[in-house]
Design a protein around this ligand. Structure first.
Ligand code: GLA
Length: 377
């Protein structure tokens, strides 16, 4: 792209991917989540280009870019462009202060791995434009508009967790976020001598976005039936297993399974927080395994590759717990592994995974990092 020849950025921003310790698919059910940002980030460099409406965005990783006009933010056929266009569209609903800009981005957040490269992309762009054009958006505005962009332009009716974690995280902490009240607190994460290891299946089954929206609809179906008997139930957050069992006969068995997973997961997040505060990492590990069981059997968002890795980890006393992470149907497992055992565990898991699934495994350690930030101005 021609603008690259004279590119001289005024602003550099970085925006991280995220992990989630526990609380999966609970955000859009108004439950709790326990995420944090990771060190893998997308870096954005920006310059104003002096034009009224013309913008250029270039991705170093894809080695490709596109030009757009702020007057025409139609949905694109190219997936990653939609995250950019969606954010610009949401910003345009809130302010008309954006002018022509050029942006170069470089991603170190693996795509399709359940670590939310999409939220990193949306939030970093919104954050940078807010800074450059003095848009007056708060961090929470950036979280919300990025989530809205994902709904409208990417078509995934996601919850708030990924964008919240990408923007609001603090180094060395996880965030306990109540997705009903949006109250949150930072919990220090002291897990020595254990570490958080992500094993990437390197599969990303195409089901992800469609099935995600189906899960959301199934939960809503459950709520509608619960509401007839319990008008106070606005979401699965307000329901318990006794309530659910009392309407079991009226529920499609699949919907019953979905709702029961969510109701149990809500309790598991709070139990995990207690266990973390008491340095009871074995308990945290047990809860991770329980969550995986629920996601795999009741919520049915796992896949054979993820199930294989979680089963494999159970052979190791040095692994306290493991589960699939994120939306599902591929991506990473999150594992709590003793630091002295990481090398052997990863190497044996890679070998076994290759034999069983004929795929290469990649791994990385994740440590709780800060949210979207300005690097240079
Ligand atoms: C995706 C969504 C999140 C959340 C997770 C599952 O990452 O973007 O909002 O629902 O799946 O916990």
């Amino acid at each position: 792209m021609q603008f690259l020849e004279s590119f001289s950025p005024d602003l550099t921003v970085d925006s991280p991917g995220r992990i989630n310790i526990i609380g999966e698919h609970t955000d859009y059910n108004m439950g709790y989540v326990l995420p944090t940002a990771i060190e893998n980030k997308i870096t954005f460099q920006f310059q104003k280009n002096g034009s009224e409406k013309t913008c250029h965005v270039y991705s170093k990783g894809y080695d490709t870019g596109f030009e757009l006009s702020l007057d025409n933010l139609e949905i694109s056929k190219i997936e990653w462009e939609n995250y950019i266009l969606g954010v610009l569209n949401e910003i345009s609903k809130r302010t008309d202060k954006v002018r022509g800009f050029d942006c170069v981005l470089e991603s170190h957040v693996p795509i399709g791995s359940g670590v939310s490269s999409s939220a990193a992309l949306e939030c970093g762009l919104a954050f940078g434009l807010n800074e450059m054009f003095d848009l007056g958006l708060s961090r929470m505005d950036i979280v919300e508009l990025s989530q809205a962009a994902e709904h409208t332009y990417a078509g995934t009716k996601c919850g708030i967790m990924d964008q919240f974690a990408s923007v609001m995280s603090k180094e060395g902490h996880v965030i306990l976020l109540d997705c009903e009240s949006m109250d949150y607190s930072y919990i220090p994460i002291n897990i020595q001598p254990y570490k958080i290891v992500l094993l990437n299946t390197n599969v990303s089954h195409n089901l992800a976005s469609g099935e995600y929206n189906v899960r959301r609809a199934q939960c809503e179906e459950g709520v509608a039936i619960l509401q007839k008997k319990y008008p106070e139930v606005k979401s699965l957050r307000n329901a318990d297993m006794d309530m659910l069992n009392s309407v079991k006969n009226e529920l499609n068995p699949v919907v019953y399974n979905r709702c029961s997973y969510i109701i149990n997961e809500k309790t598991r997040v709070l139990d995990a927080v207690e266990a973390l505060k008491n340095d009871d990492l074995e308990k945290v590990g047990e809860l991770l395994y329980e969550t995986h069981e629920g996601l795999s059997k009741m919520y049915e968002v796992s896949c054979p590759e993820l199930d294989f890795l979680v089963e494999f980890s159970k052979k190791y006393d040095t692994v306290l717990g493991a589960r699939m992470m994120g939306g599902g149907f591929g991506g990473c497992t999150i594992n709590l592994v003793h630091e002295d055992a990481i090398e052997a565990y990863v190497s044996e898991a890679s070998k076994a995974y290759k034999e069983a699934c004929n795929l290469d495994l990649t791994s990385f350690e994740a440590s709780p990092s800060r949210g979207t930030s300005i690097l240079k101005k």
